[in-house]
Structures are given as C-alpha cells and as structure tokens.
Design a protein around this ligand. Structure first.
Ligand code: GRF
Length: 205
C-alpha cells in the first residue's frame, strides 16, 4: 500500500514537485494526502493544486503562538491520514505537537552534510567557508534543530569554477533525487531508527 505522506512547505516547492513527479512516474509508491504551507503565497501551493492535492495555507498570525500553530498542523496531518511528515523547504520550527504525533516520522531535508553547516543558510555558509565538499542530508527531525537521526547523505563537490548559484543548482539537483529515494525506502519498510538512535536501512527484498 502506498505510503501516505503530508508535505510541509514554505516556498518554491521544487522538492515537492520532485516527489510528485516520481509518484506520477511510478517510481515512488507514495500518496501525498495534504500539502501544508506556512505562507499563503508559496509557489509550492500552486504545484500541489495543479497535481490535485489538498492544500492548507497558514497565515503569519497563526505562528504568533508556535504551540497552537503546531497543534493545528498536527491535527490536519492526522486528519488527512498521513503516516509520515515530509518537510520540504519548510522554514518554521516543528515542535512537540507534530513530533509527538509522528515520532521518528518527520523527515527534514538539509542542503549540507550535517553536522556541518546547520541553519538556514547552509549552502552559502559552505561556499563562503571554502570547503571542497558539501552535500545534502535527509534526517528525522527532533526537538534539536538539524540534529535528528540521519537517513541519507550525498556529497556534492565544490569545483574551482563554481559560483554560489551553480552550487545551489547542483545541491538542488541532488536533493530532487535523494528525497524521493529515501521516501521509497521508507515505503518499502526498510528504514528504522534503532535503540542506538541511528537509522538502519535493510537491504532490498
Ligand atoms: C532546499 O534547498 C532544502 O534543502 C531547504 O530549503 C530548500 C527548499 O527548496 N531546506 P524547495 O522549496 O523544495 O524548492
């Protein structure tokens, strides 16, 4: 049975699009039950609507109180029958009401190789630091920002002629591959968080 997911966005939603495309291509056995945006003007909402997916847009004032906002989001996700929550460029904090409703079931995508370059400007921070290798991390979210158990990582080389723009492009291209792949592994029931708080991935079949 298809993995039921809810996707949280705040912006362009290119990762949401990658997930939609992989589902439509039959390579990802998942169903997006709802897309929730922290901004009513997020372009990702248009992508979701074009794909016929139910959307919820939250206004800025909802976030005046984070607990209430997170309770409202958790209720929407549970209501929509989601099994996993997929953060895709969601720029707000996910707190207890969501984390407790979906323990070890909230995924985040970070555009660097954690634990390096945490925070909201990871691509730029890595570029400015002059590292030769950065990448992409998919991890389970927990109460500590950018710190939950890591599911997958991919390296991206920073070449001599890379600009910040070209690096961003390379990172996004890798994100668009790795996020649907992780979701497919979860759909296949191969991903567990062990007592050691590390993610273990069973071989296929
Ligand atoms: C991605 O780079 C992701 O790693 C970061 O926010 C960006 C979202 O892009 N957390 P999009 O909205 O999916 O295009």
């Amino acid at each position: 049975m298809a993995l039921k997911i809810g996707v949280l966005i705040s912006g362009s939603g290119s990762n949401l699009q990658a997930i939609i495309d992989e589902i439509e291509a039959g390579r990802l056995d998942a169903e997006i039950r709802v897309v929730i945006s922290s901004r009513p003007d997020a372009y990702g909402l248009v992508r979701a609507q074009e794909a016929g997916i139910q959307t919820v847009a939250l206004s800025k004032d909802v976030y005046a109180d984070y607990e209430t906002a997170n309770e409202a989001i958790a209720t929407e996700l549970v209501h929509a029958g989601c099994e996993y929550v997929v953060m895709a460029g969601y720029m707000r904090m996910v707190t207890d009401p969501i984390l407790m409703a979906f323990p070890d079931r909230v995924l985040n995508l970070h555009p660097a190789l954690l634990p390096s370059f945490k925070g909201a400007h990871a691509i730029c921070d890595a570029y400015e630091a002059g590292v030769k290798m950065t990448g992409v991390t998919v991890h389970f979210a927990n109460a500590e920002y950018d710190k939950g158990p890591i599911v997958a990582q991919r390296a991206v080389e920073i070449a001599e002629d890379d600009t910040l723009d070209s690096l961003e492009e390379k990172i996004h291209a890798v994100e668009h591959q790795v996020y649907p792949e992780v979701l497919q592994m979860i759909a296949e029931g191969r991903v567990t968080v062990g007592d050691d708080r590390k993610v273990h991935i069973a071989p296929r079949g």
